[in-house]
Design a protein around this ligand. Sequence first.
Ligand SMILES: Cc1ncc(COP(=O)(O)O)c(C=O)c1O
Length: 421
Amino acid sequence: MTVKYNDQGVLTMGNVSLQTIAASFGTPTIVYDEEQIRTQCRRFHEAFKESGLSYNISYASKAFSSIQLFKLMEEEEMGLDVVSEGELYTALASGFDPSKIHFHGNNKTNEEIEYAIESGVEYFVIDSLDEITRINRLASKPIKAVLRVNPGVEAHTHEFIQTGQEDSKFGLSIKHGTALEGVRALQESDKIDFKGIHFHIGSQIFEADGTINTIQIVFEWLKEHDIEIDILNLGGGFSIKYTEADKSYPIEDGIKLITDAIKENSQKYDMAIPEISIEPGRSIVGEAGVTLYQVGTIKEIPNVNTYVSIDGGMSDHIRTALYDAQYKALLVNRNDEDTHEVTIAGKLCESGDLIGRDMKLPKSTKIGDYIAVLSTGAYHYSMSSNYNQMLKPSVLFVKDGKAREVIKRQTLKQLIMNDVK
Ligand SMILES: Cc1ncc(COP(=O)(O)O)c(C=O)c1O
């Protein structure tokens, strides 16, 4: 993390004072270290180059979508995974090359299918049998596609972010035969060029076992049914550190284990090694972002708890309410190590609107102080809402000692823009 206290005890990111940013841009604000995002992209590239395999890395834009981020991704030679017309629209508005975009979704609308085809996306990730029928009907020109399969594997992560288990809305089941049905329908289609297989077994996964297990299942299944593929897309899932309790999953070790498993399986089953695609989201932007808030109220309930309330909450930080996700917070304007445990609460009308319980903050924390919640770069802005008519926060990138706004704070006017008056 490039977030650290400077000699004056002020929290900085890339040598820029987060106190100055909070004071000049207001709070809540999400601040990213641009260099750290670039480093993560480069680590994935290096790890794949080391493997010698042909590869493609597509940033999973659901983690955080913005025009400036997409421009950065293109500079870092990343592709994009999009999952809705909105994500595709944002990518195209950034000037992103559509031939490097994959279009996902377990329930693509007809309009989305047509929009993605017209835009010239590289391939579709097909998620249902019905989608094959609809693409065959709607496609005005031939398209490429991979099929998302459900391998029936449980990744070691929170059940809400597991996606490869048997009971899942994603993909077609290998075990129950619908995946094979899908492959055969794609092979027969004259509108769709079947390119390969996709799986994504979950997110915030901290070991390679589940992915390696799935690779084995997929290769065995491909061999059994004599299915040839050009692309094997492994999805995303690399974990990040939210708190000291999180196990880190180094990209380099993970890619080595995974690519070794691919090499072994292709040898075992005498199959050519396909191009390997991955779609990391969280591991690219998660640790690079922090959210700045201002403390507005402190409430002590004697012998029970201390509530430190900040000027945002579940409208920009939903993951705690959603999966009891854990975070670390630091005081921005002082480096004071004399801490105690408090509950950091949001200002929205839900008891579950918390940044977290038992979080360490200095005993000296007072109204008006700024705090930084760490590792909020993924699934924060992209999951933000206008609950309680809260305004969406601004987003900044820090680079070379300077901060620039990449998304402006929503305004009150914009909040009611679509209301019929
Ligand atoms: C299909 C697919 N690919 C990639 C990702 C990105 O996962 P992560 O952010 O864990 O890398 C997701 C996340 O839900 C996904 O559903």
